[in-house]
Design a protein around this ligand. Structure first.
Ligand code: ZN
Length: 456
């Protein structure tokens, strides 16, 4: 089979020119794809949505398969490349968020329109436009060469928007299909500055409920005050035991296992554009949390776990009662190296020692994930971007948020690199979701360059 260098030489034009030459067809194809609802949360559009994704995978020249587990099916496409070329797994998701209230949209969410250089519709940016760019890159190789520069498996998740509850089990059950050298996932957005970026990790998350139970019903605080213990007091004292007033977490071993940022990570963070006063002004603040003074904005997000009280439910602020129950939602964002189960056990042990009257349960846990920024693939991904855009992308060591990236680094045990392909103001999950056409076309060319670079 033909190698990547020969394929590049045989292409009738550069990827960018090839994409520009068929841009009307690409835009029309994406609009058609977006017109099929695929709402995992409600089931709207399923099961037909899976068939639609299968058709797109076939059209890209891949052999499709559908993996049916407990949740909504995963759609997989595979095509072998030249012998010895790397095997790349391209991850995206074909499900979308619910449209939300129709009156908040300027046009029908599932009847995409082209206006002001953008395609508007639910799923344009998150995530159909992004994996459609990869599929069209594959299709262009098929059309012009009849071969790919490397071996490709496309994995389209059917329930990313509800947290991919069965992705890990399905990957484990079909481990042989995903015997890849590298994962490239395309989701989220390019940097707020508009610069393209390459990312290397996410924080994990541990979600907890901490609760206390008092009398069998809410009581008159005069008739029963000093008689019945108050679960609200028990809860706030339990919560207060977790952190001292300076913000230091008091759970023993809370930070254990944390993999610190490397010098290369710190340098990459320092190179990211950031207008801190603007970011803070936008959320009505002038200063960052003093508990983390000495750490930069990005170090706070990527290099340190959090311990956050999300909300407290108890009693009634307008009635003089002793509540019968009190409950808090708490989340802990984990950095690389921290395991949700271990951290949960440490918090539970702390509460047993300091507040034995409360209960704590683990609602969910997602491990963190990080790929070294010094891995050999990142320069190739970066070059794919600069070949199309003429600019070097920003390198992001890790995001503060959480994605199920650990299934790739943890279960498959391979590097996982994020290549976001949508504009930062895509309004994903919100009304008037959109994808800028210039980003979509460049993205398609970048996806072609990516395979040429990885195969070279
Ligand atoms: Zn989403």
């Amino acid at each position: 089979m033909t190698d990547a260098a020969t394929i590049r030489a045989q292409l009738p034009a550069t990827p960018r020119e090839l994409v520009q030459g068929c841009q009307d067809e690409l835009i029309a194809g994406l609009m058609e794809y977006v017109s099929h609802p695929s709402v995992s949360a409600t089931g709207e559009g399923f099961p037909a949505a899976t068939d639609v994704a299968v058709e797109e995978v076939k059209r890209a020249g891949l052999t499709p398969s559908v993996l049916v587990g407990k949740g909504r099916p995963l759609v997989v496409g595979h095509r072998a490349g030249p012998a010895g070329a790397p095997h790349v797994l391209l991850y995206g998701h074909y499900d979308v968020q619910p449209a939300g209230p129709r009156e908040r949209w300027d046009s029908e969410p599932f009847t995409p329109v082209l206006r002001d250089g953008r395609i508007w519709g639910r799923g344009t940016g998150d995530n159909k436009g992004q994996h459609y760019a990869h599929l069209q890159a594959l299709r262009l190789f098929d059309e012009h060469i009849g071969a790919l520069p490397c071996t490709v498996t496309v994995l389209l998740d059917g329930e990313e928007e509800i947290g991919s509850p069965t992705l890990a089990d399905t990957l484990r059950a079909h481990r042989d299909l995903f015997d890849c050298d590298l994962v490239v996932w395309s989701d989220r957005s390019v940097h707020e500055s508009g610069e393209w970026c390459v990312s290397h990790g996410v924080r994990g998350m541990l979600q907890l409920r901490i609760g206390a139970t008092g009398p069998s019903r809410p009581l008159h605080s005069g008739n029963f005050g000093n008689v019945a213990p108050n679960p609200a007091w028990q809860l706030v004292q339990a919560l207060a035991s977790l952190k001292d007033p300076s913000g230091r977490v008091l759970v023993e071993g809370f930070d254990d296992g944390r993999e610190p940022l490397s010098d290369a990570d710190r340098a990459a963070f320092a190179a990211l554009p950031l207008n801190l006063q603007e970011v803070l002004g936008d959320i009505g603040l002038t200063e960052m949390d003093p508990a983390f003074n000495g750490l930069s904005f990005y170090e706070r997000l990527a290099d340190r776990p959090t311990l956050t009280i999300n909300g407290i439910t108890t009693g009634d602020v307008d009635r003089t009662i002793i509540p019968d129950t009190a409950e808090a939602g708490v989340d802990i964002r984990l950095t690389a190296g921290q395991d949700p189960q271990t951290v949960f056990e440490r918090v539970a042990a702390h509460l047993r020692a300091h507040a034995p009257e409360v209960t704590v349960t683990m609602v969910g846990g997602v491990p963190a994930s990080r790929t070294s920024i010094d891995n050999p693939h990142t320069p190739r991904v970066a070059r794919a971007i600069s070949r199309v855009t003429g600019r070097d992308p920003l390198l992001i060591p890790a995001y503060g948020g959480t994605l199920p990236d650990w299934v790739f680094t943890g279960i498959l045990g391979v590097p996982s690199i994020g290549l976001p392909l949508a504009n930062a103001d895509q309004a994903n999950h919100a009304p008037n979701e959109n994808l800028r056409v210039d980003y979509f076309l460049d993205a398609t060319a970048i996806c072609m360059e990516l395979l040429l670079e990885l195969g070279a």
